[in-house]
Design a protein around this ligand. Structure first.
Ligand code: BDR
Ligand code: CA
Length: 313
């Protein structure tokens, strides 16, 4: 089977970085057509820089990186330096990128790429706020039916919120864009906090990254060393949750994950619960299912896959 064509839409972020490394390490399964950066964990100038730092770390300097939107569709940008540090990639010391940004706007790249490919042959992988995808669907509604699938990290049901008591960060930052995506009719797979909080980098797992004795292994270990302090303090967990790599791992080995095909809607009006993913996990409404909402992961299998793939870079 040929590699699945994907566009990674991202706001790196240490966990985004690991998700990108996993994809770039897996060319037999994933053909990364481009990476579009969006404002999220840190402002756009940093996320687009960080995306290139990661491509260079992976030795994949031919990867096309685009800048997308610098703010949410209808709200002020909220960032997460309190989790990811000032640069978004705090932890390892990595050189500034030399590879250029592409001239085209990320939203136009998404539109042009979907138009240029056969219908349902390109998958979108959002790892940050959904601004670029929402903007592309609004600007060019003809591309919606051409998307094969959207596999995204965002939302929560049992774990509720991490940026507010009710909302997960990616959805909270741009609920309007999320609403467009969840109403689009495109097949969606959601990796909410319910599953990503089970993908924890415990000490032995981080030692395994470090033990690769490669530039990539050391950098990933140092990223999670930095990133874990936030969740350890907040949740008392054993280590950092690797949220975004759940997306790229699912594309490579979907049988690691289980979930329910349910209705998911986004709160866009109430300030109190803004960006909440109202997930009908228990099937208490007759609203039509629009997403596979993932709830569980074989975490040992996930970390074996990740460590083995990182060893290839
Ligand atoms: C999500 O928000 C960001 O901080 C992470 O990169 C991840 O995409 C988790 O809520
Ligand atoms: Ca992210």
């Amino acid at each position: 089977m040929s590699a699945r064509k994907i566009i990674i839409d991202t706001d790196p972020g240490q966990d985004d970085a690991v998700a990108i490394l996993l994809a770039l390490a897996s060319p037999d399964e994933l053909d990364v057509l481009g990476i579009t950066a969006v404002a999220g964990n840190v402002p756009l100038a940093l996320t687009s820089k960080n995306a290139r730092i990661i491509c260079e770390l992976a030795g994949k300097t031919e990867t096309k990186v685009f800048e997308g939107c610098d703010r949410p569709m209808g709200r002020k940008l909220v960032t997460a330096e309190h989790v990811h540090g000032k640069t978004g990639l705090n932890g390892p010391v990595l050189p500034d990128p030399v590879m250029p940004l592409q001239d085209q706007h990320g939203v136009d790249f998404i539109i042009e790429t979907l138009r240029a490919h056969d219908a349902r042959t390109v998958t979108l992988c959002p790892l940050g706020p959904l601004t670029n995808i929402g903007a592309a669907f609004e600007k060019a509604p003809d591309i919606i039916e051409k998307v094969q699938e959207i596999v995204l990290m965002g939302g929560a049901y049992f774990e509720v919120g991490n940026i507010t008591p009710a909302a997960e960060f990616n959805i909270y930052v741009d609920p309007q864009a999320a609403d467009i995506v969840f109403k689009s009719g495109v097949p969606i797979v959601v990796m909410p906090l319910d599953v990503t909080h089970k993908a924890l980098v415990t000490k032995p797992r981080n030692d395994a990254f470090r033990g690769l004795n490669t530039k990539v292994g050391t950098a990933v270990a140092e990223m999670t060393d930095f990133f874990e302090r936030f969740d350890k303090e907040k949740y008392g967990s054993d280590g950092a949750p690797l949220h975004d790599p759940c997306v790229t791992a699912y594309l490579i080995q979907p049988d690691l994950f289980t979930g329910r095909h349910i209705n998911v809607e986004i709160e866009t009006e109430s300030e109190l619960t803004m960006g909440m993913t109202v997930a009908d996990w228990w099937g208490v409404t007759d609203r039509a299912p629009n997403a596979l909402f993932v709830g569980d992961v074989d975490s040992d299998g996930f970390f074996s896959l990740l460590t083995e793939r990182l060893s290839r870079l």
